[in-house]
Design a protein around this ligand. Structure first.
Ligand SMILES: [Fe+2]
Length: 367
């Protein structure tokens, strides 16, 4: 990309395309102590209060800088490099990490190990990249003192509190308000589909594991829905079009949210899956449409529950799993309370936590 000048107009030229850069765009980006706070890189002026009729009186390229005198009396040097960086309208940190589709044959995924200064380490950067590739990551050796999970969450970003509290204890208990708090098997599901917004990432920390069962199960919803798209396009289509209601009722809260089971981005790529067939309510649609919807949901459920896609592993004491609740489904096998105790703690964080940390570490290590 090159910056070129012609009669007080500034152009960018990427080899195949040459376009004028709007003078106002450049005026918004003036550098210098009186215009920009050095620490935060936030503007010290409000560009919406400027006159729209901004033009350039004089422009000059001086090595790495573009020097401009604007018609409102402001002169500035703008780093050409900085301008070039802005020509990408896409996120250049998270989006380029290619998701790796996986199924039950997934092997040898790297586990990470907790150590001092973990959250500021290069290891943390690698962990987050791995998380974005596979949708989950396991970290060994996490201290099990009470609530360390909250410290962990707050060291990556900020814990996402819900009406279950800052964190939740997963163990069997009398009169549970959710099947998670029993020793029964849990089929693959996504968490909290009834919240707006749905928590993005679940953290689960194993504190005590004295039972032989209670294996963690994970399914890559990305792999499954991509396979569904290829094998049954009409099923994929209806599941990505019909919005259903998800509902959770407790004594002092009623949570409801509407969404497709397969939610797509504007470019038709996968944005989010929700799956929790005890909590979803499809509206009354035409009989033929519902007929197709029910067949599609059944197929999707069979795929999510199939051995072909599920991995099973035991979370050992001190293991912490971090999983993408918009991409993966999770569950567990049953266990026997007579064998001993099983105690996990869970909490949520949102994508701003992992994205913010990843961008920070990329900047810190110049990666
Ligand atoms: Fe869950």
């Amino acid at each position: 990309m090159k910056i070129e000048l012609n009669e007080n107009k500034v152009y960018f030229n990427n080899g195949s395309l040459k376009k004028e850069i709007h003078p106002f765009w450049l005026r918004e980006r003036v550098d210098g102590d009186e215009f920009l706070d050095k620490g935060t890189q936030q503007r010290l002026f409000d560009p919406t209060s400027l006159d729209n009729e901004i033009s350039i009186n004089k422009a000059n390229i001086n090595e790495k800088f573009l020097e401009i005198d604007f018609n409102d009396g402001v002169s500035s040097k703008i780093e050409i490099n900085k301008i070039a960086q802005e020509f990408s309208s896409e996120d250049t940190v998270i989006k380029p990490i290619t998701k790796i589709k996986w199924d039950s044959t997934l092997k040898d995924i790297k586990n990470f190990k907790y150590q001092d200064n973990f959250f500021e380490s290069k290891e943390m950067y690698d962990l987050l990249v791995s998380f974005y590739k596979y949708g989950f990551v396991v970290i060994k050796d996490i201290p099990t003192e009470d609530n360390f999970i909250v410290k962990f969450a707050n060291s990556i970003g900020s814990v996402r509190r819900t009406n279950f509290g800052e964190y939740f204890d997963v163990k069997s208990k009398p009169n549970p308000n959710d099947l998670a708090y029993t020793s029964l098997a849990l089929a693959p599901h996504t968490d909290n589909p009834y919240r707006n917004p749905v928590p993005c990432i679940q953290l689960l920390h194993c504190i005590v594991s004295e039972v032989s069962g209670g294996l963690s199960t994970l399914v890559d919803g990305y792999t499954v829905t991509e396979d569904l798209k290829t094998e049954n396009p009409e099923f994929y289509k209806i599941l990505s079009e019909v919005k259903v209601k998800f509902k959770f009722i407790d004594k002092d809260v009623v949570l409801e949210d509407w969404s497709e089971l397969i939610k797509l981005n504007d470019d038709k790529s996968l944005k989010q899956i929700r799956f929790s067939p005890r909590l979803d309510f499809v509206p009354i649609l035409e009989k033929e449409k519902l007929d197709l919807y029910y067949r599609a949901r059944k197929k999707l459920s069979e795929m999510y529950n199939s051995d072909k896609y599920r991995i099973e592993f035991k979370l050992e004491e001190k293991d912490l799993m971090m999983m993408d609740n918009y991409r993966l489904l999770h569950g567990r096998t049953a266990y026997k309370t007579s064998e001993g105790n099983r105690f996990l703690q869970g909490c949520y964080i949102d994508y701003d936590s992992t994205e913010g940390k990843l961008r920070h570490l990329k900047r810190k290590y110049n990666l």
